[in-house]
Design a protein around this ligand. Structure first.
Ligand SMILES: Cc1cc2nc3c(=O)[nH]c(=O)nc-3n(C[C@H](O)[C@H](O)[C@H](O)COP(=O)(O)OP(=O)(O)OC[C@H]3O[C@@H](n4cnc5c(N)ncnc54)[C@H](O)[C@@H]3O)c2cc1C
Length: 380
């Protein structure tokens, strides 16, 4: 049975107080204005929220995935867009932390962990994010440097990133399959440019867009891990850092739906009584609670397995599936429960539904997660 320590409860309270004071009052406005509050990064860095799972030797707090999930859940409770901005930044940071050389870690991690620099992970291409090995961006070794070309799409922090982690095809392996390698590209490297910025249904307080490489020249020292290890770097980062993060974010959205449903059904008087006197409203509250508790248990169990070094790819896939689908269901249920008020933008639940829908594919669509879960189940 998973339980939180006293320190973890204290961390949650501290992050919650910060989010309620600094994030919640502005979240609606950021959504309306498509504004990503990246200006909060240095503050989030100083508070230890961004570098929570980075070792202290590299400027982080040296805690684990459970603490990371606590922070992301609390951020997403009021602003899923800010939470996905931090989460995507942590994907890049996690790649450097798990696969970087000592020199790369020293060079990049302190600024990333403290929120002085922003990171992105650029994997998805127009050929289909789920078809990971179908990517066509390529790297060629020429005159003592790697020359990178290609275009990535749907990249969180595309226009904000100081450091962009790319995977490209650098040849074929012994079986004739594409060999992927991973590279760290600094902002301002000639030929590396953000393209269109997406205007999204939800997660609007995050930045998402295209990034292109046109004859981008990088030294061999910018390769992460070894040549041909790009698929390992990217897939392990998505499967664990990414799915843990998206589970936590959807958990935050789910809690928002549950709390809004409780608040509204207490305050709304109908037939002379609070709304929750009707059985169908009680069912909606119970179902929101069940969705939240299920996702919560799966997410924190997977995070604690990760902290103990136990393999947990299937557990993160289950957590993300339960949290994503649960958040979409709970948001719709809460809108229904509220009657006409549910579609009035003064209430945040419409934003929660849009955020849950917009974030559902990041880190793997629900169908792809089911394929992963089934595969692991058959193996076990
Ligand atoms: C808000 C947001 C932020 C994102 N941030 C990033 C980021 O920072 N970095 C990054 O690299 N990418 C990012 N992505 C891209 C995301 O990872 C992809 O959207 C996702 O991988 C799905 O890829 P796709 O959109 O190309 O859909 P496709 O892969 O084209 O899928 C289309 C449909 O086919 C189904 N499908 C595909 N393959 C299978 C299969 N094998 N079995 C069953 N069904 C299947 C899918 O479930 C879906 O219904 C982001 C996306 C969004 C929306």
């Amino acid at each position: 049975m998973f339980t939180f320590t006293e320190e973890q409860e204290m961390l949650r309270r501290a992050v919650r107080e910060f989010v309620e004071a600094e994030v919640a009052p502005k979240a609606q406005e950021w959504d309306e204005q498509d504004h990503c509050p990246a200006e909060l990064f240095p503050l989030l860095g100083d508070m230890g929220i961004i570098g929570i799972f980075v070792p202290e030797a590299y400027g982080g707090v040296g805690l684990g995935y459970v603490e990371r999930v606590i922070c992301l859940e609390e951020l997403a409770r009021h602003c899923a867009g800010l939470a996905i901005t931090v989460m995507a930044h942590q994907l890049c940071m996690g790649g450097v932390m798990n696969y970087g050389t000592e020199e790369q870690k020293q060079k990049y991690l302190p600024d990333l962990a403290r929120g002085r620099k922003i990171g992105a992970l650029s994997l998805t291409e127009a050929t289909g994010g789920s078809n990971f090995m179908g990517q066509t961006a390529n790297g060629e070794w020429k005159d003592g440097q790697w020359v990178l070309n290609g275009r990535k799409c749907f990249i969180t922090n595309a226009h904000l990133a100081d450091l962009d982690l790319w995977t490209v095809v650098t040849g074929k392996n012994a079986k004739g399959r594409p060999e992927l390698s991973a590279f760290l590209i600094d902002r301002g490297t000639p030929g590396h440019t953000p393209g269109r910025a997406e205007h999204k249904l939800g997660m609007r307080s995050s930045n998402t867009g295209d990034v292109s490489c046109v004859n981008v020249r990088v030294d061999a020292s910018q390769m992460l891990e070894q040549r041909g290890k790009g698929a390992k770097v990217a897939l392990s980062t998505i499967q664990e850092v990414g799915r843990a993060g998206m589970s936590a974010i959807n958990l935050g959205i789910l809690r928002g739906c549950l709390e809004e449903a409780v608040r509204f059904s207490n305050e709304r008087i109908i037939y002379g009584k609070p709304l929750h006197h009707m059985t169908n409203i009680q069912f909606a509250l119970a179902e929101n609670r069940l969705d939240y508790e299920t996702a919560r248990l799966l997410t924190y169990r997977a995070a604690s397995m990760k902290d103990k070094g136990v393999p947990c790819s299937a557990e993160f896939a289950m957590a993300k599936y339960a949290a994503t689908e649960g958040a979409i269901r709970a948001a719709k249920r809460t809108i229904d429960l509220m009657g006409g008020y549910g579609v009035i933008n003064e209430y945040p639940v419409g934003r929660y539904l849009r955020d849950a829908l917009a974030g559902s594919t990041a880190g793997g669509t629900s169908d792809v997660l089911k394929v992963v879960i089934a595969g692991e189940t058959v193996k076990q």
